[in-house]
Ligand binder design. Structure first.
Ligand code: SAM
Length: 202
C-alpha cells in the first residue's frame, strides 16, 4: 500500500460513496480538519498537527471535567490506542468507571484498562451494546486523517454517541458529530475552531 493510495480500490469506492453521501457542511468540516493531505492549503507539519490534537484533547477534557462530575454515568473512551487519554481520564475522574473501546490492544501496560472495562472490536458494532447506558462523557479519538475513511465514520458515530450519552452528557470528538440531539459547545480558547468538537446531549 503506498502513501499516495493507501486504501484498496473496492474500499476506496465505498468510502467515496460515503463522502458523496454526507452533507456539504460535514464535508467542509472534515476538509478543514484534514488540512495536510492533498491540497496543502495549510503548511502545518504532521508533528505540529499531532501536538495540537493532543493539546486539544487535554485542554477540552480538563475544561469539561467539572461539568462531567455533576452528572451521573460512566465515562467512555472510544479509541484506546496507546492509552494516554484513557490515563488522563482516569486521573480526572478517579471515582468514575472509565470504559475503553478499540479494535485491538495496543495500550502501554500501566495504561491498560481492567478486562471488565475494555471492549474489543469495531466500535460501530461494540458500542451498540452500550446504548442507553447514560454516559456522562464520551471521548472519541478515532479520526484517521483520511477524508474518505472519516466520512464513513461520521455516517454512524453521531447516532451512537447520542445513544450512549445520558441527558446533558458531553461528547468530545476529533470528528464532527452532526445530530439533532447533540448541541455544539464552544471550545476552550487554546483550541482552534474545527480542530476538535464538544457537544452536549439534549
Ligand atoms: C488515534 S488512536 C487513539 C489514541 C489515544 N487517544 C491515546 O491516548 O493513545 C485511535 C485508536 O482508535 C482505534 N480505532 C479507530 N477506529 C476504530 C473503530 N472503528 N473501531 C475500533 N477501534 C477503532 C484504533 O485502533 C486506534 O487504536
Amino acid at each position: 500500500m503506498s502513501a499516495a493510495n493507501p486504501i484498496p480500490t473496492a474500499t476506496a469506492s465505498k468510502n467515496q460513496r460515503a463522502v458523496d453521501a454526507i452533507s456539504s457542511v460535514m464535508l467542509l468540516r472534515l476538509r478543514e480538519r484534514h488540512h495536510d493531505a492533498k491540497d496543502k492549503i495549510y503548511t502545518m507539519s504532521r508533528l505540529d498537527s499531532f501536538i495540537r490534537r493532543l493539546i486539544a484533547q487535554r485542554d477540552i477534557l480538563n475544561a469539561v471535567a467539572d461539568e462531567v462530575k455533576t452528572l451521573d454515568g460512566p465515562v467512555l473512551e472510544l479509541g484506546l490506542g496507546n492509552g494516554r487519554t484513557f490515563d488522563h481520564l482516569r486521573e480526572l475522574f478517579p471515582d468514575r468507571r472509565v470504559v475503553a473501546f478499540d479494535r485491538a490492544v495496543n495500550a502501554y501496560g500501566p495504561s491498560m484498562p481492567e478486562a471488565s472495562d475494555l471492549v474489543l472490536g469495531e466500535i460501530k458494532d461494540t458500542l451498540r451494546d452500550f446504548i442507553g447506558i447514560g454516559a456522562s462523557l464520551a471521548h472519541a479519538d478515532i479520526g484517521t486523517g483520511y477524508e474518505d475513511k472519516d466520512a464513513v465514520t461520521v455516517t454512524w458515530l453521531p447516532d451512537l454517541m447520542a445513544g450512549i450519552l445520558g441527558s446533558r452528557g458531553l461528547a468530545v470528538s476529533g470528528l464532527p458529530l452532526d445530530h439533532p440531539d447533540l448541541d455544539p459547545l464552544p471550545l476552550p480558547t487554546s483550541v482552534k475552531e474545527g480542530r476538535y468538537f464538544i457537544y452536549r446531549r439534549r
